[in-house]
Design a protein around this ligand. Structure first.
Ligand SMILES: CC(=O)[C@@H](O)[C@H](O)COP(=O)(O)O
Ligand SMILES: NCC(=O)COP(=O)(O)O
Length: 247
């Protein structure tokens, strides 16, 4: 299983003072040393954290490595132009609302079918893998297949925010969605709100091959340091996968 480390919230701290540190690109290099298999960053329309130049600097820093860049972005033509200039390895389309604190739900692919079918064509033509950040919903999975996405990233936010008996209910939704998506030929990823405490159950879902995790790692990095915060997350994920193999 691959770990994508999302560096957004290194940039959140930098943007608190509109200064130059902490540098998210430096954070990406440390995360890679600690075991990150991918660097994820979300270039939001409101530029609340990641800036355009972070993406281009990261591209430059990683050009001689085999570490992929996963650019999260809203399905807008502003972002499409930036993606076609920066040429990340992967693009993940996510919904954005200006007033949201963080991503609130999955992309509604069903209601944007024709738009997204055309929108992703020039991106895929550049050899960029296209993933859609969606809720664990079969209709959204079918629509993802229909528009020609390569992958889905299952939104684990409801699971992460659940408590009591709802945790099991949300976990079951994710398990069923992962199995269904895999059967439909999609690559299956997951992310949002994953922590040291809740990640193992998601990592044990064999159809899921990649997790993208940010806020919790960066939060823990304040006390552990970034290298250890990433290393620990990767260790928990790999140990959970070992349990899966032994079952
Ligand atoms: C799509 C998703 O769940 C996150 O990757 C996204 O980046 C969240 O947005 P913030 O990083 O701005 O919280
Ligand atoms: N797509 C999920 C991601 O990149 C990180 O989400 P979070 O761990 O910051 O909630």
């Amino acid at each position: 299983m691959r770990l994508g480390v999302n560096i957004d919230h290194i940039a959140t701290l930098r943007e608190a003072r509109k200064t130059t540190e902490p540098d998210p690109v430096k954070g990406a290099l440390i995360a890679i040393e600690a075991g990150a298999d991918q660097i994820t960053l979300h270039l939001r329309e409101d530029r609340r954290h990641i800036q355009d130049e972070d993406l281009f600097r990261l591209k430059c820093e990683l050009k001689d490595t085999n570490i992929p860049i996963n650019l999260e972005m809203a399905p807008t033509y502003e972002m499409q132009n930036i993606a076609l200039e920066a040429l990340p390895n992967n693009v993940t389309l996510v919904p954005e609302k200006r007033q949201e604190i963080t991503t609130e739900g999955g992309l509604d692919v069903v209601s944007m079918l024709d738009y997204l079918k055309d929108f992703i064509k020039p991106i895929k033509q550049q050899g960029i893998t296209v993933s859609l950040f969606i809720d664990p919903d079969f209709k959204q999975i079918d629509a993802s297949v229909e528009i020609g996405a390569d992958a889905i990233e299952i939104h684990t936010g409801e699971y992460a925010n659940a408590y009591g008996k709802n945790v099991e209910k949300e976990l079951e939704r994710i398990k069923k969605a992962a199995k269904y998506a895999k059967e439909k030929g999609l690559k299956v990823y997951a992310g949002h709100g994953l922590t040291y405490q809740n990640v193992s159950e998601i990592a044990k879902i064999k159809e899921i091959e990649e997790l993208n995790i940010g806020h919790s790692i960066i939060s823990n990095a304040i006390f552990l340091g970034l290298y250890e915060a990433v290393r620990r997350m990767k260790e928990i994920i790999l140990n959970a996968r070992k349990e899966l193999k032994s079952e």
